[in-house]
Every structure is written in C-alpha cells, then in structure tokens.
Design a protein around this ligand. Structure first.
Ligand code: ASP
Length: 355
C-alpha cells in the first residue's frame, strides 16, 4: 500500500461523532516568536477546538475530542532517546481510558519521522490509528498549514482506517515506518520513502520487557575522509547499537583494515552495527562490493532498505526490549510493520522469544 492509497473519509454524515484524543507535544504548530526566534508555547486547547469546529462544518463529520498536552512542550529538535516512548505511553494510557476512534499527536516536524517510527513499534498492538501531524507555519499566522494538517489527520481517523501509526502532512498520509522529512520550505514536508509493504499477518513482536538501563543507540553517516577513530568513538559511546548509514549498496571507506577492525571490535563487544543506505531507492547488499563483504565479515547486520529513521527506531526498540546477538539480528532483518520491503527482508518473521 502506498501513501496515496491510505483511506480517506468521503464526508459521510456519521450517526455518532468520531472520538479523538489530541495530544499536543510542541513544534512549529503552536510556536510564537517574541523576538528571539520561534519557540513552543502551552495552552493551545481553545485554538485546536476552533480548528475542530471548522473541520466539522466543512466535512459534516461530528467530532468529540479530548485535548491534552505534554507538561513541557518542546521544539522537537530537543527530542531525546526516551521522548517517543513517553509519548507512546501517554497515547496508550489515554486509549485504554477513553477508547477513542483514533489519536492525533501534534508534533514538531524536525523529528516527527524518528518519533513516529518509534511510536509505530511501541504501539504496534494498539487497535486504533495514531496520526502525527504538525505545521511548517504556526497556527494563526498568515499562510499557516496547521489547520489543514490537523483536518487531514481528523479526516483520516473519520475514514476508519486500519490501526497503525502514520504522518498526515500537506496533501498526503505517510506510514510512519517509511516517512522522512525532506522539505522545510513547502507544505508537503514529508515523503514516503520506497513502498510500504506491511506483512499480511502482523507478527507477534516480543513481549514488552523494557530494560531500566538501556545502553544508548545511535546513528552515524559515512563520508569521504571519515576517520575510523571517529567511527570507533561513536561505537564506544553508542554501545547499545549503531545504525551505520553507508553509500550505495553498503560501502564505506575501508582505510586498509582500519574501519573493519573497529566494527569487528564493536560487534565482539556485543554492540550491533546495522548497515543502511543513504539512497532513496535500492537496498543494502553486503555481497556486492568488497567493503560490504568486509562489513559482513566484521559482524555487521544488513539493514535492507530501511530508512534511517525506521532503522534507528527499530534498533533502539529491540535493544530496549533486551534483545541481543542472533535474536536481535533475526528481528532486525525481518519485515515487522512494513519498514522493510518483503523481498529485501532476509529472514522470515522470527519466533517471539528473547534470545
Ligand atoms: N523546529 C520545529 C520542530 O521540530 C520545526 C517544525 O515543527 O516544523 O519542533
């Protein structure tokens, strides 16, 4: 299913109102500039109510919504490793309480794809749709896209889609595990990178057994002139695991044996290294070139055609569940939610056991 095929409500006159939880977390959507640059502000409830009323008038769809906001709303550039998990917990407890038809999370665009992808894994078993949205221009400013983006999200929920996490922005809906922000100068800020091919039968992901003390997980992009010592430092810091964004089908500067040696040292320390490509099309193939073979021999995991946002979210999610070694490798290379193309998933869906 591509982004364009996601269901859209056709303005039916619903008998009962659509019920929606709206959680505001920050971002340009609600920002103001008092002379020191755009900053988030709290207390958006009545302005959001106005947007919902306009949506009801324009669509003929009645909406009953519950509005909450984070205690500390942020510029999403400030999102930390635990931000998505905390938002997901709030979404989960709200839905358990109120059983809405769907949830809208108003979020900054800068990290929306990272947070959305992580939420997709965290909330894979939630039986309602979760839609992230935001804006390029704040609510109430001339040319603001905040109202139309929120309406797109409301419309998606009214269409009663299958559960799952997506981003509603501009003119499109993007599955969160395939979304990426690619524009900060026009309304269609997000792209669906590659095809969205969720498995026909959703897998039973491992039971939640979150570690209290998860080691950090990070992302590192290779570049001409990359010093293997810098990669080594990243691998030592992000000891929980590293997504390594390589060139083409999975190549990087080898510096003789130096690069492979630092990767081998990391995988020996049980730090997983997941190789993805910076290309928007095609997949990692660690057999194709000599550097790919060196990566594989050093214990790196081929990350197929995952986006950087989805790869980081998935790796951090699995590490947080306490997975490591061959168990982590099996889950990482299986298509769980459509984050990998089926023909690029190198493993069938593994058993939900921790090993
Ligand atoms: N810096 C803002 C944020 O991510 C950008 C936006 O929301 O568009 O919070």
């Amino acid at each position: 299913m591509s982004a364009r095929e996601l269901p859209v409500a056709t303005a039916p006159q619903l008998l009962s109102p659509v019920t929606v939880d709206i959680l505001y977390t920050g971002g340009t959507f609600g920002m103001v500039d008092h002379g020191a640059g755009l900053r988030p502000r709290r207390g958006l409830g009545s302005e959001i109510a106005d947007v919902v009323t306009q949506f009801e008038r324009a669509s003929g769809i009645a909406v009953r919504f519950e509005y909450t906001e984070l205690e500390q709303v942020i510029d999403s550039a400030d999102a930390g490793a635990g931000t998505a998990r905390r938002i997901a917990e709030q979404v989960r407890s709200g839905t358990a309480h109120r059983r809405p038809d769907g949830v809208i999370v108003v979020h900054g665009t800068d990290t929306m794809a990272y947070v959305g992808a992580r939420m997709a894994f965290e909330l894979h078993d939630l039986n309602v749709p979760v839609v992230l949205t935001g804006a390029q221009i704040p609510l109430g400013r001339p040319g603001s896209d905040a109202g139309s983006n929120l309406s797109l999200a409301l419309n998606h929920i009214a269409a009663q889609p299958v559960p799952g996490t997506c981003i509603a922005f501009g003119t499109s809906l993007h599955p969160a595990v395939r979304a990426s922000k690619r524009a900060c100068d026009h309304y269609d800020g997000f792209t669906t990178v590659r095809e969205f091919t969720p498995p026909p039968t959703p897998p039973r992901l491992p039971e939640r057994r979150p570690r209290a003390d998860s080691p950090p997980v990070g992302l590192f992009a290779v570049f001409p002139g990359m010093d293997p010592d810098l990669l080594d430092a990243a691998l030592r810091h992000y000891r929980g695991g590293l997504v390594l964004e390589c060139y083409g089908s999975g190549t990087l500067p080898l510096h003789g044996d130096a690069t492979a040696a630092v990767i081998r040292a990391a995988t020996t320390r049980e730090t997983p290294v997941v190789v993805i490509t910076h290309c928007d099309s095609g997949t990692v193939d660690l057999d194709r070139y000599q550097p790919g073979r060196a990566l594989r021999a050093a214990g790196a995991i081929g990350g197929g055609d995952m986006t950087r946002e989805a790869a980081l979210a998935k790796l951090a999610y699995l590490v947080d569940l306490g997975l490591s070694g061959s168990g982590l490798r099996r889950w990482m290379t299986a298509n769980l939610l459509g984050e990998l193309s089926n023909h690029h998933a190198t493993q069938s869906i593994p058993n939900p056991t921790h090993n």
